[in-house]
Ligand binder design. Sequence first.
Ligand code: NAD
Length: 485
Amino acid sequence: MKYPLIQNFVNGQPVPSASARTLDVISPIDGTLLSKVPLSSKADLDQAVAAAQKALPGWSRTPIKERVQIFFRYKNLLEKNLKELSLLIQEENGKTYGEAVAEIEKSIELTEFATSLPQLVTGEVLEVSSGVECRTEYVPVGVVASIVPFNFPAMVPNWTIPNALALGNCMIIKPSEKVPLTLGRIASLLKEAGLPDGVFNIVNGDRVMVEAICDHPGIDAVSFVGSTKVAKLVYQRSTQHLKRCLALGGAKNHLIVLPDAMPVMTAQNVTASMSGCAGQRCMAASAMVAVGSVDHIIEKVCEEARKIVPGQNLGAVISREAKERIERYITEAEQQGARILVDGRNTSVTGKENGTYVGPTVIDYVKPDMAVAREEIFGPVISIIRTKTVDEALAIENANPYGNAASVYTQSGGIARYVTDRASAGMVGVNVGVPVPREPFSFGGWNESRFGVGDITGKSSIGFWTKLKKTTTKWNPESGINWMS
Ligand code: NAD
């Protein structure tokens, strides 16, 4: 085992879990046993919640301008430790080094946004009648939880950590049990940046811990990022316990490609979007809806896909089960009559035979009712669905239950606007393969890609991490008697 047994992080210290249950942490790159992660118990959560509750009065009353000083330092520490963090992400998640670096760069951008929060939460004041004023303040929610998936071991946690903490909350975070190492290192950087003990706590675990978080009376709000199946469970269970909840789910993102699209750029974008992070991005292109005669673009997509070399510019998928699931989808589509133009099944990387790689895969003549057209595959696979008209393409996009992202490739402004107006997705692109809104714009899908109100990052997240206090004050007796008196 390369690293020692992972510990929880409570009250500013690594602490062993009370639970004897553990899970192996395996590197998808070559199957190396990296560590073991404890599958913590309710007693571990109680300890973390108690630490957070103890830290809350001091932290929530610290002026925000002081709180964000810690995040200026944290941002500097992310920059200073970029290489080490990226290597760790690569090792436990299997993505390429460049993709891991991008994840830390995005974490830096997220932290940079958090340092601007004092400018965004100034509140309002108005004299509402003679001598009487109303003012609003953003007050922290309290002890909040963040439950995160495997695909971005640093970026998704940093969707929630800087904003939630800078706004005065204390946090319990539960990493994915598949990639728990990076978050442990992040905890030590937050401590080095000067974050008071108890403000940030990690409880490792699986489903048992997620359910305990949803049920815990000491937790006021739960944010979740992961699959739609679990997002629904977490949203239902936390709100049943009268908690505030924002749960982001899975995705099936459509790129609608028209014949007038720029061929080389479109093909490069489609391929990069479907294969980046081995297709394990909630913003990855999963279906290309080809409108009319776009064979010349499809040929170029195949050319681009063939240039990708697994183990070099394509990382591994997270596990053996994930590899088998993705390959099953491809085989099923083939059996149902779809054509596999580029086949990523049975991929193996020399010297890394225990790694879990799937090569880029292009499937043509996919019918809208096939599983590869409807379901989230979460692998480097693009399903091409052919239509005659833009309206048919939009009908396919609209019928999908998810709604994270959609994009259109065209040179016509009118058609681009027609599609962006009608696509049923929270994040829409024109000639952009991964239409992630960058800070200060907020990230969040629609439909079954998000349960709850508002987005998880950017300005929209302020509403989730705070409560608005409205104070009405009468300053002078001459303000007179009225219905407010
Ligand atoms: P997942 O839903 O399996 O796991 C997410 C978290 O939930 C993990 O911490 C895990 O321990 C926990 N969990 C798993 N099964 C559970 C259960 N039955 N009950 C309670 N908790 C459970 O997701 P994943 O495989 O880690 O991540 C991939 C998924 O995340 C994809 O569907 C992807 O689209 C989605 N995702 C969405 C976004 C977004 O912004 N919408 C971002 C990243 C990833």
